[in-house]
Design a binder for this molecule. Structure first.
Ligand code: NAP
Ligand code: MG
Length: 476
């Protein structure tokens, strides 16, 4: 594991810095390993490496060469799925099924998808008798990529793959809680033709390494995924030098079930919509809006499913839900559960921790939730569902929009016109109809309102990681 023990800068691992941080397995509370933390010094070194690399060999690569680099990386991820998934599971507490069957394979797909883009990035041509006009897509330059702990490698891949496809160089700052899978990616990158300095990974504290990256004058763009609070700070810090910035922030996404829905599918979707990855999903359907006529039935069936969920070692095949990420997060989730009780909501499932080592919270279902309660308004980022009754379509849309966030939403009904009216009426970056929590490299994702702005994945990534240059040629 030695290569996973510190910052990866200019193609080399630093195994010692002025500080180290113990990386914890949240299922056991054991230390997995110590990782040397980057501070301002390491960020300076990494940004200098990325800047040099952006002018070096990498700048002479054509699209095909960049495509090949990303395809090489995708193949290496494929051939190391088991190892990477195990690291991700040990470090985050997500089940091995989630990491090995869903997330890490998706990481490889994202690199493959953007590999294709590297050879298909076109500008436009227009002309009139007097001039010929072209647009060129140029790399933004050095991109600082800051990612959270819930999907450490996947969120990073959303950013690294397009950034490299379009010719940028990057410095990635993982959460100090979850650097391991990204350091593994760094190790794999050494087996590809990606030149040194193009991909740099600096684990460290947000307030130190993250802040140093954001304020570094040689960083041309920041792409951040994390909380709205930190996103606001980053936006302010980027204002002065007019640094490009993309913010993927929090959510409190409404998942809306109408009485005419396929209830079996809707309940399954509501369940995985909130409890996938222990609710540590920015787009988690944490507000379940249910039409009054079916409210009790939905609560009953969901609560039964939640009560039967097997919590435990995420490496165990029979486990359906692992621990939340940290003691801090455990306390935060439990304090929201207390808050919900105080506000008068009724616990129908869960509501407590497991009496064992590790940060386990039972999947929790709150009924009798008023849309104004804190548990219905604030992002908990854990396995806690607030189920809110509604009367009709307009009422559902009104509740759905009565929130500072606007990341995602779900609507369940057999009436296609109603589904489309609701999809149009809800203000959010994504709306799923008769499904939830689906992602594909070709479908853009991002927020409205306090969930941030800018879109990742799909062709929208082109806007995030290139600058458009207009070229005029006089023909007279
Ligand atoms: P966070 O505290 O905002 O941290 C996110 C990242 O930013 C971490 O790497 C963090 O480092 C770093 N950071 C913290 N303070 C910083 C600063 N002043 N300057 C620069 N970087 C800084 O969020 P989190 O607790 O890791 O993740 C949970 C949040 O992420 C939730 O609110 C969730 O909704 C959001 N999220 C959004 C999406 C999306 O796509 N919209 C996806 C996933 C998660 P440290 O780890 O050292 O604090
Ligand atoms: Mg944090």
């Amino acid at each position: 594991m030695s290569t996973l023990s510190g910052p990866f800068i200019n193609g080399e691992f630093l195994t010692q810095t002025s500080q180290s941080h113990a990386v914890i397995n949240p299922a056991t509370e054991d230390v997995i390993c110590e990782v040397a933390q980057g501070g301002k010094n390491e960020i300076d070194l990494a940004v200098a490496a990325a800047k040099d690399a952006s002018k070096g060999e990498w700048s002479s690569f054509d699209g095909r060469q960049r495509q090949n680099c990303l395809l090489e990386l995708a193949s290496l991820i494929d051939s190391h799925v088991g190892e990477i998934a195990m690291l991700e599971t040990e470090n985050t507490g997500k089940t091995l099924f989630e990491s090995s069957k869903i997330e890490i394979p998706l990481v490889a797909e994202i690199f493959r998808y953007f590999a294709g883009f590297a050879t298909k990035t076109h500008g436009t041509t227009t002309s009139n008798p007097n001039s010929l006009r072209l647009t060129l897509r140029e790399p933004v330059g050095v991109c600082g990529l800051i990612v959270p702990w819930n999907f450490p490698l996947l969120m990073a891949a959303w950013k690294i793959a397009p950034a490299l496809a379009f010719g940028n160089t990057v410095v990635v700052k993982p959460s100090e809680l979850t650097p391991l899978s990204l350091l593994k990616l760094a190790e794999l990158s050494l087996k590809t033709k990606i030149p040194k300095g193009v991909l740099n990974i600096v684990p460290g504290l947000g307030s130190i390494a993250g802040a140093a990256l954001v304020s570094h004058p040689d960083v041309d763009k920041i792409s951040f995924t994390g909380s709205t609070r930190v996103g606001e700070e980053i936006m302010k810090a980027c204002a002065k030098p007019m640094k490009r910035v993309t913010l993927e922030l929090g959510g409190k996404s409404p998942n809306i079930i109408f009485e005419d829905a396929n209830l079996k599918a809707a309940i399954r979707g509501a369940y995985s919509g909130i409890f996938y990855n222990k609710g540590e999903v920015c787009a988690a359907g944490s507000r379940l809006l249910v039409q009054k006529s079916i409210y009790n039935q939905v609560i009953e069936e969901l609560s039964k499913m939640a009560s039967e969920c097997t919590l435990g070692d995420p490496k165990d095949k029979s486990t359906r839900m692992g621990p939340v990420i940290s003691k801090i997060q455990l306390d935060r989730v439990m304090s929201y559960i207390d808050q919900g009780k105080k506000e008068g909501a009724a616990i129908k499932a869960g509501g407590e921790m497991l009496n064992r080592k590790g940060f386990f919270v039972k999947p929790t279902v709150f009924a009798d939730v008023d849309a104004k309660m804190k548990i219905a308004q604030e992002e908990i980022f854990g396995p806690v569902l607030a189920v809110i009754p509604f009367d009709d379509e307009n009422h559902a849309i009104q509740i759905a929009n009565d929130n500072i966030y606007g990341l995602a939403a779900g609507v369940w009904t057999k009436d296609i016109k109603k589904a489309l009216r609701v999809a149009k009426g809800v203000k959010s970056g994504t709306v799923w109809v008769n499904t939830y929590n689906l992602y594909d490299p070709d479908q853009s994702f991002g927020g409205t309102k306090s969930s941030g702005f800018g879109r990742e994945l799909g062709s929208a990534a082109l806007e995030q990681y290139t600058e458009l240059k207009s070229l005029w040629i006089d023909l007279t």
